[in-house]
Design a protein. Sequence first.
Length: 161
Amino acid sequence: MFTTFQKTSNPPKQPLFIWDGECAFCRYWILVWKSKTDGLTYKTFQEVASEFPDIPLKEFKKASRLIEADGSVFSGPDSAYRTFWYFKNPKKHWHSRYESAGTFQKLSDHTYNWIAKNRRLMMKLTWAFWGKNPLKRKPYWIFWFICILGILSILIYLSSG
């Protein structure tokens, strides 16, 4: 589903996560990830695509990329899972699961594509569930969860009586 590039001929000095700088949803979550990672640089494809001529611009437009210092390239959901290696509390199992479990990989790819095609909706949901400040997220999702439970309880009560 995602074009695979084994290696780039021009690797960065340190791991580099490349994302779409015109995407508000991406910008929000990049700010969150920056606050949680060490040793990972974040740049937009608009800034750095020309430094990687072996990766076509259209591929940068399709999905995020993580390029390791050895030149290894990870794309789409795999690039996101690979960033978890750089979290202050690393979670390497996500990337391993993506590489080894076909069903998990397909589900991740389809979810990533759906989110990419619905960025505006995802931004609104992000604001509704977490607030507008990515560095001071609030768990508004708890409020929405309680509201849904309340509505379901009322519906069950009304339908039983």
